[in-house]
Design a protein around this ligand. Sequence first.
Ligand code: GLA
Length: 389
Amino acid sequence: MRTTLTSIYQAKYGHPTVYVSAPGRFNLIGEHTDYNLGWVMPGAIDKRLHFVMGENPNPDEVRVWAANLQEGVVVPLEAIQPSQVVAWDNYLRAVMLEWKAAGYPLRGFCAVFGGDIPIGAGLSSSAALCCGLILGLAALHRLDVPRLRVALMAQAVEHRIGLQCGLMDQYAVLFGRAGHLLQLDCRTLSFGYVPLRMEEHALLLLDSKVKHALAADSGYNERRQSCERIAAQVAQQYPQVQSLRDVTPVMLESMRTLVAPEDYRRANYIIQENERVLKTVELLQRGDWSALGSLLLEAHLGLRYAYKVTCPETDFIADTAMQLPGVLGVRQVGGGFGGCVLVLLLRTCIHEVVTQLTASYRNHTGLHLEVYPIKTANGAEAVGIAHEV
Ligand code: GLA
């Protein structure tokens, strides 16, 4: 990919000086807990966006070519105006605005990017895009920008485009490590690496092909508001509470008649999901895959019936998979309303499960189920490109 993008760059813009790659992510467990300052367990995956970048001889202009889409933009630096439309060039514009807002200098540059992270599949293609561009800007301007700042800027970009997301995706993209998951505490932003060693078992991502655009009015922001509202109500009784992370089941129960039933249901899911993440760490250490499978299923049912962010297609995949021999657990991954379903299964059953699932899914929806075996990968990297003549 790097070679192809470099050739395109050379043909369009001349000599590139920086190469960046940024992975997508999956999340084993801990969904919608990040903006409630709880815990998450994502990992970077071996699907990446690659960027080849260099200086633009015109210091007042940015030229970027999206190789997958075969389209490009030219942005004059004095008129960077992102709209809230979920499109790659708006992320680019919003990245530039956040970069400037952080006080960094911005000179004109050129870039060509492309990759194999499916868009709208719940695998954080937008976090990879934003983190990759920011790391590229840092390298182009020879600035040492700490990764924490990169994560915060990339999150601010999502907020600008309209998604009030947490920091899980950016952390997985920036700090992922091959062979490991990240256990991130979203309050302190401290994290550790948990080895993901699977011999007899495997994880697959099943892409429902139902595209979500979370930033565009999906109900994601509404759920976040719900969580913050109820946390504030609980805090009136229990002043130590700053977010749902601090709310115990007993506290929530004591507030049941005082809060909106929908908020209660959502908060209950978050509290249980945080507990599931902590339990998952123990299960992984013990290698208790069958208990992990049950926990994943429990998490999916929480997303389906309590948090209500699944869709008929991902529920169909989950229900069908659970009927098949060798499947231990399933869970929709990411913000929801479509995207991928994670399946934990016995390695020996992969072929049979994939064959049956793709056939049932096609019969039921007419859609092709894409299957990605999970392979964890390292986080984003930026390197200089030696002058190639
Ligand atoms: C999206 C957001 C993340 C997180 C997940 C749900 O991916 O960007 O911050 O909230 O949804 O866990």
